[in-house]
Design a protein around this ligand. Structure first.
Ligand code: OGA
Ligand code: NI
Length: 361
């Protein structure tokens, strides 16, 4: 394989051409991956990969769980959560066609001319908290993708925004779909977390973790001329409470039993996973699971992530109901803003931030 080009300044950054954009890099016809993006070799590249769907994420029929004789599917759901921490949900009850429409919005956003997209530039492209930015710049290395992050917050989360209807970030024509998608995944996420909490005697997440806001992310992974050298997103766990993901093409790898397992795209399915905050609230009964994204040399890939998360000033620690002499707290309580701050400084790679708050015996 040709060595990666050693270009430090990849594209000139101007007001109307974001130097950090992988989309733009690919549109310029880059043939070799610039060295800043070469991160694949350092991150669990020694682990086996199952890319042929011979092993798969459990698929759960959510409607069936709530129908007559739902016990078996409910048992499958909990088994999937414990064995994988990641699953796919079908028959979830979201408005018909909403997932397709939401993925269409994500695609349409990235197809907008740069002159339109620049209105949404993040203040700092290396801090992908809000706005249009690169996905990750951690340890000076970058992921092969662009993102736009939006916050649909309860007022306490962010004082200059009010609620889901104030989705000022996106062109008007996208807003209805996104607000609906955000509301529906938010409601479903709270419901699922209630089911998970009830099963282990945990209080409602909003009681101990405070009101949950919602972050939406569109990620775009353009085709890469040397896909084996890069990652679309490096191995990480989601720092929020609970995540939903929709994808149009394969690319997501979930770590399971020491293997990377590729997630099969299922039309209309929701990929669901546990975030770090739920791991902490549940005192480790539920675990956030490492995942990463590979990119293709052939196709573009779009995803929409929908992340329930606490208010920035919420202090998150193990639910006191789960703690007694025999079950000491396994995590230190930490303000969510500080948790995210550490993540932004150190990166959410691996389980770096969870490990920082873990109480070692
Ligand atoms: C994320 C994420 C996976 C994907 O945004 O946190 O893990 O397939 N995305 O893009
Ligand atoms: Ni993730």
């Amino acid at each position: 394989m040709a060595p990666a080009a050693d270009t430090d300044q990849i594209l000139e950054h101007t007001d109307d051409a974001p130097g950090w954009s992988v989309q733009l890099l690919v549109e310029k016809g880059v043939k070799e991956v610039p060295s800043k993006y070469v991160r694949y070799k350092s991150l669990h590249s020694d682990l086996p990969v199952i890319d042929d769907f011979s092993v798969e994420l459990p698929v759960i029929d959510y409607g069936k769980m709530h129908g007559a004789n739902g016990e078996e599917e409910t048992a499958n759901f909990f088994k999937a959560v414990h064995e994988w921490g990641f699953l796919q949900i079908v028959n979830h009850g979201l408005t018909e066609g909403l997932i397709d429409r939401t993925l269409d919005v994500a695609r349409s956003f990235f197809l907008l001319p740069v002159s339109e997209k620049q209105k949404y530039f993040a203040p700092d492209p290396d801090v992908p908290v809000e706005g249009y930015a690169r996905i990750n710049n951690v340890d000076g290395l970058m992921d092969w993708g662009d993102t736009i992050m939006m916050n649909g917050d309860v007022p306490v989360l962010n004082k200059h925004k009010t609620d889901f209807s104030d989705w000022h970030h996106l062109p008007e024509k996208f807003r209805d779909t996104l607000v609906t998608y955000a509301r529906e995944t938010h409601t479903l996420g709270l419901k699922m977390m209630k089911q998970l909490g009830d099963a282990i005697g945990m209080a409602d997440v909003e009681e101990t973790g405070g009101p949950q806001g919602l972050q939406l992310a569109f990620n775009f992974y353009p085709p890469c001329p040397q896909p084996d050298l890069v990652l679309g997103i490096s191995a990480h766990t989601d720092p929020q409470t609970f995540s939903f993901l929709i994808q149009d093409q394969p690319g997501l790898h979930v770590l399971n039993k020491g293997r990377w397992v590729l997630v099969r795209p299922i039309h209309d399915a929701l990929i669901v996973n546990i975030g770090d905050q739920l791991e902490i609230l549940s005192n480790g009964k539920y675990k956030s699971i490492m995942h990463r994204v590979r990119v293709s040399s052939e196709y573009k890939r779009f995803i929409v992530g929908s992340f329930l998360r606490p208010a920035l000033d919420a202090v998150i620690g193990p639910d006191p109901r789960l703690i007694d002499v025999e079950h000491p707290p396994l995590y230190k309580a930490i303000k969510y803003a500080d948790y995210m701050g550490d993540g932004i400084d150190d990166g959410f790679l691996e389980k770096r931030i969870v490990n920082k708050v873990r109480i070692h015996e």
